[in-house]
Design a protein around this ligand. Structure first.
Ligand SMILES: [Mn+2]
Length: 399
């Protein structure tokens, strides 16, 4: 497992000098200043790659090469955006960067109702509270046509009645934070406009559009010797009437079958997928592992087993995902790849989010992307990997 770290580029408050001290080999980054639909130039990619190399690390995964809303809807300039996406792949291949993560979530990139929810230790975590989210949708966004089960509406109505203005304001800011682009500047009217642009896009239509996208880009990636990997929806269920098509094992199995090329693969994010009790992460790794090109390790504590459920991000070993079983399944997949002579037997992974703890507040970085909290998560994963590898080597030697 190739240890990696997400770095948001030269503007990241956690610099490469600090990242290097975590001991990771790989840097996961993107040209974040490039808008979805734009081409990434080889010169700019090479400059970024060389800056990382000067700190003793390798840019091993792009996260993300954004898929424009026009591509997802097949509207406007989507054909030009598609050509640009392919051109960016060629430029990345020219610069020796093999793996490209993307997602196919409409409008919302990720969604939380709290960005600094205090856990029992007083370290803070990101949280998604289903009832708070329904409050946002029904009473703050006032989305036309929004409907929920009667008991959910009742719970949200009661909560909104008791909700202080300051909390309402914070809730709006926290939810809108997940919007791409100039998120902080977006008004609720802008959000309603974004949602309205998906009025005619059913789940079936989005799935078909994604298959069309993959048919255009996966063969290009395959020819270039690259690997594409789709990140799951976060959270993995529908929000605000938007279609979601990458939330379950069945979604992934269908996506892999739609374009059956090794280059068409998966970003297995245990935190995003783990927010559903019916997603069996170790089982998904065993069944779909041959096409897993990138892994995010993160854990969540779910309030209950319903879908949707409220959840918060937990310590990497303390949530509802069986992280030890998942890592065991990853190591098994790597062993299979080595036995088969595959060149990609060292799968890149990164600690996804971490708790905000022990001074992380002072860094004021991206929510979830703390230095201490993520490093703790990485260290825990390292311990699990070392223990499993050592134990298995001893078992093998004694038989
Ligand atoms: Mn993730």
């Amino acid at each position: 497992m190739q240890e990696s770290w997400r770095w948001f580029g030269p503007g990241d408050v956690i610099g490469l000098d600090a990242v290097r001290q975590t001991g990771v080999a790989g840097i996961v980054t993107a040209l974040h200043h490039r808008a979805p639909g734009e081409v990434w130039g080889a010169d700019e990619i090479a400059a970024r790659r060389d800056r990382i190399a000067a700190h003793g690390m390798v840019w091993n995964v792009v996260e993300s090469l954004p898929v424009s809303e026009d591509i997802k809807r097949q509207s406007g300039d989507w054909r030009a955006h598609l050509r640009n996406w392919q051109a960016s792949l060629r430029a990345l291949a020219d610069c020796g960067i093999p793996t490209v993560c993307y997602n196919f979530m409409p409008v919302l990139d990720w969604t939380r109702t709290d960005l600094a929810w205090p856990t029992a230790s007083t370290a803070t975590a990101m949280r998604f509270d289903w009832i708070d989210f329904v409050v946002f949708d029904l009473f703050l966004l006032c989305r036309p046509g929004a409907t929920y089960d009667p008991e959910v509406t009742e719970a949200a109505t009661a909560r909104f009645a008791a909700m202080p203005d300051a909390r309402c304001k914070a809730l709006i800011e926290n939810v809108v934070h997940g919007l791409p682009g100039a998120a902080a500047e977006m008004t609720l009217a802008d959000v309603r406009d974004h949602l309205a642009a998906y009025d005619q896009i059913t789940e079936a239509r989005l799935r078909a559009n994604m298959a069309d996208f993959l048919q255009e880009v996966a063969p290009v990636a395959q020819d270039l010797g690259m690997r594409l990997c789709c990140h799951p929806d976060d959270p993995p269920f529908g929000l605000m009437g938007l279609p979601r098509v990458m939330s379950t094992e069945a979604d992934y199995a269908g996506m892999l079958a739609a374009v059956d090329l090794p280059a068409n693969g998966i970003t297995l994010c245990s935190g995003s997928l783990g927010a559903r009790a019916d997603n069996d992460l170790p089982g998904m790794m065993r069944r779909l592992g041959g096409r897993v090109h990138f892994i995010h390790l993160r854990n969540v504590a779910r309030q209950d087993d319903r879908v949707p459920a409220s959840f918060h991000e937990s310590g990497h070993l303390s949530g509802d995902v069986d992280m030890v079983a998942l890592i065991a399944a990853i190591l098994d997949e790597e062993a299979r790849r080595r036995a088969a002579g595959r060149p990609d037997s060292d799968i890149p992974f990164r600690p996804d989010h971490g708790l905000n703890m022990a001074g992380d507040d002072t860094t004021r970085g991206q929510p979830g992307y703390s230095l201490v909290g993520r490093h703790v998560g990485l260290a825990e994963m390292r311990g699990v990997i070392a223990a499993l590898n050592t134990y298995r080597a001893r078992e093998a030697a004694s038989t």
